[in-house]
Design a protein around this ligand. Sequence first.
Ligand code: C5P
Length: 224
Amino acid sequence: AGVADLAGRHVVVSAGGTREPLDPVRFLGNRSSGRQGYALAQVAAARGARVTLVSANVSLPAPAGVDVVRVGTALELREAVLNARQDADAVVMAAAVADFRPAAMAAGKIKKKDGVEPAPVELVRNPDILAEISADRARAGQVVVGFAAETDEVLANGRAKLARKGCDLLVVNEVGVDKTFGSEHNEAVVLGADGTETPVPHGPKSALADVVWDLVAARLGSET
Ligand code: C5P
């Protein structure tokens, strides 16, 4: 940190939360503010990286010197990440991606009718982008980082998720009603596929970002 140790590197960061449309005016969404992803992008740029920020429904100002690609849905986020990762040294998936989407989007606004119960919403699975980009790397040595929000058995669930996703690093947050979402602060443990465990004490999201880039930089070869 404090040096341009990511100079000559291209990093991709996804941020925010996807919105899956039900009809032209409604969606299934989540509470991700995008703050952690934006902090990751800003810190990477400050450390010299070229940054592509794939931003899903975030209402924060774009960090200076970062290329922002705006997306709405999980399928759009997947396209943007698959495209941006081609020449990337690292991909950090900080976005909250919806696991499911409505099977179909109604062409017009869904209306209520007197005396008629609402139709159930049929959901289908979204692709797991993190698992996909981890299993089939765009470049040899590309470092892939995931995020996981867990409410209980944080470390055990985190380890299992790291193995299932196949990424190099997994940043595990403990979330609750008053924790993490929309907050300026974060507390986490970063699990490595190599068995390492790096606790990050409660602090600003930029401090967690610095730890993530330290761990990524250590895993990148010395060649650029
Ligand atoms: O499985 P879970 O949603 O807890 O995993 C979270 C991690 O996986 C995050 O890094 C998120 O960006 C990523 N993810 C994804 N595609 C999905 C769901 C989650 O890339 N469909």
